[in-house]
Design a protein around this ligand. Structure first.
Ligand code: SAH
Length: 208
């Protein structure tokens, strides 16, 4: 990805080298495509993970607080952790308990991941991500790994001033686009549409 210009920053490169995608992707971990992880979810393609990390990088510093909504495999949660240690926190939220358990299990496969869980650098919680996770707010960074029907106000409220959110939103034309939502130091909110994507939707939890 560095050769192809998808990763331009050394910090993002180092984070990607430090987290082995094979711990998170059940099949062809190094192919640039999404892979199914069960429960109608996928681990997103590497180029999407790279784009999210590069876009959010100015706000991913040692000590930063990050909310990763739709954490699924837990891969990007671990990438964020590599970028905010020491002193940061990354909270992965998924609304399907077996996927919360999967993120935990995958994270424990590496000594760094196991340590991050022990130290509280990484936490996984089961909740409806459309409401964010108030207990840990405000966040320097909010990443949403599934497409929202609208830009949820509760998520914007849980951003720090300044802070940045990366969020796919489905527009009226039925197409999904990644938006970057920036909150400035005075609380002013600005959003910019980046590019079209195809994510699984941010939905109601399945009835059991
Ligand atoms: N970032 C993850 C993406 C997983 S796919 C990865 O790359 O592995 C999207 C995830 O969003 C799924 O795990 C799905 O369970 C979760 N999701 C969908 N709707 C949700 C909601 N309302 N609240 C929390 N998580 C949700």
């Amino acid at each position: 990805m560095r050769k192809e210009g998808l990763i331009t920053s050394d910090r993002v490169f180092d984070a990607f080298v430090s987290v082995d995608r094979a711990h998170f992707s059940p099949t062809t971990p190094y192919a640039d495509s999404p892979q199914t992880i069960g429960h109608a979810a996928t681990i997103s393609a590497p180029h999407m993970h790279a784009s999210a990390a590069e876009t959010l990088l100015p706000y991913l510093n040692p000590g930063s607080k990050v909310l990763d909504i739709g954490s699924g495999s837990g891969y990007l949660t671990n990438i964020f952790a590599a970028l905010v240690r020491p002193g940061g926190t990354v909270i992965g939220v998924d609304h399907i308990q077996p996927l919360v358990d999967l993120g935990l299990k995958n994270t424990k496969k590496s000594p760094e991941g196991a340590k991050a869980l022990e130290e509280g650098l990484i936490k996984f919680v089961c909740a409806d991500g459309r409401k964010g996770w108030k207990e840990g707010a405000p966040y320097d960074v909010i990443h949403v790994g599934a497409a929202c029907g609208v830009l949820h106000q509760e998520l914007v409220e849980q951003l720090k001033a300044p802070g940045r959110m990366f969020v796919p939103v489905e527009e009226q034309d039925g197409m999904q686009y990644v938006f970057v939502v920036d909150k400035d130091k005075d609380g002013g909110v600005r959003r910019e549409r980046l590019y079209g994507v195809q994510y699984v939707p941010l939905t109601d939890a399945p009835k059991v």
